[in-house]
Ligand binder design. Sequence first.
Ligand code: PHE
Length: 339
Amino acid sequence: MIERINNLTKVIEKLTAKNNEEIEALRIKYLSKKGEITSLFNDFRDVPNEQKKEIGQKLNQLRNLAQEKIKSLKESFGNTSLTEQDLDLSRPCEPIEIGARHPLSLIRNEIVDIFSRLGFALAEGPEIEDDWHVFEALNFPAEHPARDMQDTFFIEKNPDVLLRTHTSSVQTRVMTTQKPPIRVICPGRVYRNEAISYRAHCFFHQIEGLYIDKNVSFADLKQALLYFTKEMFGEKTQIRLRPSYFPFTEPSAEMDISCDLCGGKGCAFCKHTGWVEIMGCGIVDPNVLEMCGIDSKIYSGYAFGFGVERIANLKYRVKDLRMFSENDVRFLQQFKSSH
Ligand code: PHE
């Protein structure tokens, strides 16, 4: 017995292992229920009483030695003993936070989605434009105040190059390149030379709609806008069209929706009128059709345009327009659950 213990002690002292699996195999070999050291303990029962003290001590020392050895082998490996299966280099080191969509993108997507159900396709145009696409082709007389330096950002060296002040320039681009029937929705960023405050910015976002076909009437326009309003703001919301003026539409109108804050009764938000203005619209002036190469005797059309920030404000009640472009994550994260 003593010899077996001594031999095993020497073996244990020299134990080595290449990885955690080998260490585990050693532990099983020596220390598990059926392990070699455990079986020595079983045999200990048969040791004569006068030897029990001495052998018992040696046996305990052997077991402690084996336990210490296994422990130190494990420690010496640390994490480097990971097998290929354990090692996944593609695993993120920290949990990745999922970002949120920007509120203006959420609103834009919702609007585009609503109009696509009415058959409107998406169209886009450049933000840096020329005078003809933004003004001239849209019937703006040369002296029209919208052309004034205060409203428009011109390129100093070449005043024919400017930042578009409205997405109506995309109308011009579509009409000059496509043949009717045309049914497009054009979202995009626009620029105006305004002092930046809580309710105005030098850039904002618009969505333009254009429909050109035979026999398009004001009734078609009204129906499309009513559908949009109810989808966007709810079944109860009402619309009101007021006569207005835009150089490129005749007749022109401005559309109000009933204030959903007070239900139309009148409150501070709607300036006690019960209505909030949301867009401009009208029947495309035949002159504009002709300038863009569309025969106004055969075709007619309607157009509308509105600000995305305005719609987002009605939905989310954001008090300061500047928050949309400051990229403060505390603001942006509030829209996380929206989609
Ligand atoms: N472009 C106009 C604006 O920026 C809006 C509009 C678009 C009006 C289409 C009528 C038709 O104010």
